[in-house]
Every structure is written in structure tokens, then in C-alpha cells.
Design a protein around this ligand. Structure first.
Ligand code: ZN
Length: 474
């Protein structure tokens, strides 16, 4: 029997508004615990919420960019549950009338449209800190009331890789919209994955498992692959009754999913309309205006980069995937109009640092102007391409200008023929054996001698002039 994998994602995104969804408390990350809350977000008796209009605007922008229909009327609802992360014992969310419906993301790589069921707005909950040694827990309510959108996809993905691609594109669009910083490691973008298997050809879905506690792309891929394998084994060994609707936690240290609880259904939450907030009305003109003012989105930028800078598709994909990297590239190209060369330096040299996570774009000290200046220094032979790599590293690490670095470390390339002639003479006298070899037709001896010249000059000799001098003397 053949099985296919069915995956859907629920993505929670913290919106980058200055204040919370129903009160004026700050949303900034990293403040001392419980310093950013008030009677409204704590839900104290007598307090009344007021909906932050920026939240609607940001959420509608996401809907428009993700091809959704934006509801002319939507409303807020109470979702009841009891857990200390929410003092009110309910979360204010949207149930039957969400702000955005029926959108999609097109995955070019798989030539596939992943449908988006809905996008709704809601408030975030507090953060629990479990103190293992003292067998107690602490609560930080700063996060309560931080605005969220939840983007719910249809179960349209058929492999963990497709799910990764969907999330990657979704994150990129949200970054381009500048409505969230999308930092998975800080929890501003969180992803729950629903996964089930079914017999190929069967129409109905089998019981699905919801995976929680995933905080990076790498973990999402691993969690989905592990869960896919677990379910497949149960089906193949006729233990399909053991695949039940439940929530499982991804334990990245153990590399497996662990059952948390049997999955609740919507009716368990006793949703009902929020009586303290009016409905959300979106006039047609407002939606039209929003659509007309969407920023350039990744797919549009891709088309433009390919035609404007004559870059290939692979280069372009990497550049546009990170909005900040694409901006860095464009600014550098405005100072130094050789896009291909810039792309090479960014994708090969800069990626080394970004990939290792030693440096993230926000803390990058390298400036577009510095990179442009450095490339000009290669062109006018002030430094060699080899030295440039050292200068580049120094720029990334220290944030100094290339001029400063070259001046301080004396990296200026030796182009003075007289000086190079002296060095070459010395190398030839010291390596008479290789000279003899070369004269007897051993071509590789030349490479050795060139290496010696480079060694003597600490890599600062202009390779072309050095080679010419060497050949002349030989
Ligand atoms: Zn508050």
C-alpha cells in the first residue's frame, strides 16, 4: 500500500506595532518581566479593550499580499481556556468571521499553489518559565496582548520540503511588508504543523497530528520527517489505530515527537462574540487603497533583478529571499555598477558569516559603500583580489572602511616593477634548482617560483606584474 503525506501549517506572527492590540502598553522585546502590562491586557475587572487600528491595517496588508479576500465585516470572539498564561481565562481572537479568507502562495519550485484558508487577528499570551529545580513556574505577562496574526493554510503540502518552501516564502513576504521582524528565535514567527498520512487514492483525511514547539526551519524539517516516519511505520505494521488526533511536542534534543495531549476541537473552546468590542468594518475604498500601496514583493523583485541586473535565477533567489540582503545589494550597485561582481562577493564571502549565524543582518557592520570602495580598490590595483578577501573579513568583523584597513595593515599591492624585480631576483637565486627545472621544460616549476614571490611579499605582489617579471628574468 502506498501512502501520501498531507501537511498544513498554522503560522503565528507577532505584528511590529508599537503598542499592544487592546491597550497602550509597549510591545518591545526583552524588557524586565511584568513591566509592560496594565489592567486592560491583564483583564482586570472594569477595564475595557480598545482595538488598535494599526493591527487591522497590518493584518489586512498581509491578506492583500497573500491574495486573500479581505472581509468587509469581521468580528472578535472569545476563545475560552484555562491556563495561567492568560489571566482572563480567554483569548480574544476571531472565530467564524476572520479578517481575511481564501488566499494562496504559489510555490514556483514545485509548480504548486498552497491555499490559505484564513488570516485572523488575536492577542498573544504570556510566557511561562518552568523552574525545574524549584519545581515551580514563573510567568511574564509582557507578551500578553501583543498583536498576532494567525495564517492557516489548507492541507495542500505533500512533503516536509514543500512545507519548508511555503514557510520560507511566507516569511519573506511578511518581511517585505515590514509588518513583523519574523524572528523565529525570539518567537515573533511561530509555526505549528499538522501532518497526517493517507492511502494514495483515498479522498478523506486520516487522523492528523499537530506538532508544536518548532522554532527554526531546520527543526521544522526534522520534526516533519520524523513524524512522517513514525506514522508510516504504524500504518505499515497495521497499527493505524495508534495514529490518533493529538498534539505532539517536538523534542529537538531527543530528535523525536512526544505526545502532549489529545487534540481539542473548536467546540471545546466555547467561542462566543466579544461583547466589549465592536465589529471590524473594512470599507471598499480602504481595501483598494491598501492594494494600490503594497510594496514591491519578493516575486516582483525577482523579475526586476533578473532583467535590471542580468543576474541568474539562483543568485536572484538567494538575494531576494532576505529583504535586507536585497537592499544591501541594490545600494552597493548604486555606488559600483557591476552587479555580477557584487552578487559574487555577497553570495560567496558574506554568506559564510550569515550561514554560520555568527553575524545576523541587523548587526552587520559592513556598509554597502565600504564594499563598493573595496571593489574599486581592486580595479585600480591598490589591492589584489586575494588581499581583498582579508580586507572584506576585517570590514565584516570591525566595521572599518577599506581605506582604513589597507592603510593600517600596509596591505597595499606591490605594483612597483623595480621593487618586484628585486624580489624576483632573490627568489631565483634562492631556488636555483627550480630555475634549472623550468629551463629544462618543467612548466610546474613556474608555479612554485610564483608561490615563492607571493610568499616573500606576503601575497601583496600584483600577480600579473610579478609573473611578467619572473618570465622576463627566466
Ligand atoms: Zn496593557
Amino acid at each position: 500500500m502506498a501512502y501520501e503525506t498531507i501537511i498544513g501549517l498554522e503560522v503565528h506572527v507577532e505584528l511590529e506595532t508599537n503598542s499592544k492590540i487592546f491597550c497602550g502598553c509597549s510591545t518591545s522585546f526583552g524588557a524586565d518581566p511584568n513591566t509592560q502590562c496594565c489592567p486592560v491586557c491583564l483583564g482586570l475587572p472594569g477595564s475595557l479593550p480598545k482595538l488598535n487600528t494599526r493591527v487591522i491595517e497590518f493584518a489586512a496588508r498581509a491578506g492583500a499580499a497573500l491574495n486573500c479576500e479581505i472581509s468587509a465585516y469581521s468580528k472578535m470572539d472569545r476563545k475560552h481556556y484555562f491556563y495561567p498564561d492568560m489571566t482572563k481565562a480567554f483569548q480574544t481572537s476571531q472565530y467564524d468571521l476572520p479578517l481575511c479568507k481564501t488566499g494562496h502562495i504559489y510555490l514556483e519550485k514545485y509548480d504548486k499553489k498552497v491555499r490559505i484558508n484564513r488570516i485572523h487577528i488575536e492577542e498573544d499570551a504570556g510566557k511561562l518559565l518552568h523552574m525545574e529545580e524549584e519545581s515551580s513556574s514563573l510567568i511574564d505577562y509582557n507578551r500578553v496582548g501583543v498583536p498576532l496574526i494567525e495564517i492557516v493554510s489548507e492541507p495542500d503540502m505533500r512533503s516536509p520540503e514543500e512545507a519548508i518552501e511555503y514557510l520560507r516564502q511566507l516569511k519573506s513576504v511578511l518581511e517585505y511588508l515590514e509588518i513583523s521582524d519574523c524572528k523565529m528565535e525570539q518567537g515573533s514567527l511561530r509555526c505549528d504543523a499538522n501532518i497526517s498520512l493517507r492511502e494514495v487514492g483515498k479522498k478523506e483525511l486520516n487522523a492528523k497530528v499537530e506538532l508544536k514547539n518548532i522554532n527554526s526551519f531546520k527543526e521544522l524539517l526534522k520534526a516533519l520527517q520524523k513524524e512522517e516516519k513514525r506514522q508510516l511505520e504504524l500504518y505499515e505494521f497495521n497499527e493505524s489505530h495508534k495514529v490518533i488526533q493529538e498534539t505532539r511536542r517536538w523534542d529537538s534534543a531527543k530528535g523525536r515527537t512526544i505526545s502532549m495531549r489529545s487534540k481539542e476541537n473548536a467546540h471545546d473552546y466555547r467561542y462566543f462574540p466579544e461583547p466589549d468590542l465592536p465589529g471590524v468594518v473594512m470599507a471598499k475604498e480602504k481595501v483598494d487603497n491598501l492594494l494600490a500601496h503594497l510594496p514591491e514583493l519578493p516575486q516582483q523583485k525577482k523579475v526586476r533583478f533578473i532583467s535590471e541586473y542580468q543576474l541568474n535565477e539562483v543568485e536572484t533567489d538567494i538575494l531576494i529571499n532576505d529583504r535586507k540582503l536585497s537592499l544591501f545589494f541594490e545600494e552597493t550597485a548604486s555606488y559600483y555598477p557591476q552587479p555580477k561582481i557584487i552578487a559574487n562577493w555577497l553570495l560567496v564571502e558574506l554568506m559564510k558569516y550569515l550561514k554560520e549565524d555568527t553575524i545576523c543582518f541587523d548587526s552587520l557592520k559592513l556598509k554597502p559603500l565600504y564594499l563598493a570602495d573595496m571593489l574599486k580598490m581592486i580595479d585600480d590595483h591598490t589591492i589584489s583580489g586575494k588581499i581583498a578577501k582579508q580586507v572584506f573579513e576585517e570590514m565584516v568583523l570591525s566595521g572599518k572602511t577599506p581605506q582604513e584597513i589597507v592603510k593600517e595593515s600596509g596591505m597595499v599591492q606591490i605594483t612597483d616593477t623595480a621593487e618586484l624585480e628585486n624580489i624576483v631576483e632573490r627568489v631565483l637565486t634562492e631556488n636555483s634548482k627550480s630555475v634549472e627545472d623550468y629551463r629544462q621544460g618543467k612548466e610546474q616549476a613556474l608555479g612554485f617560483l610564483m608561490g615563492q614571490v607571493m610568499k616573500q611579499t606576503k601575497g601583496k605582489a600584483n600577480p600579473q606584474i610579478a609573473k611578467e617579471t619572473l618570465l622576463k628574468k627566466l
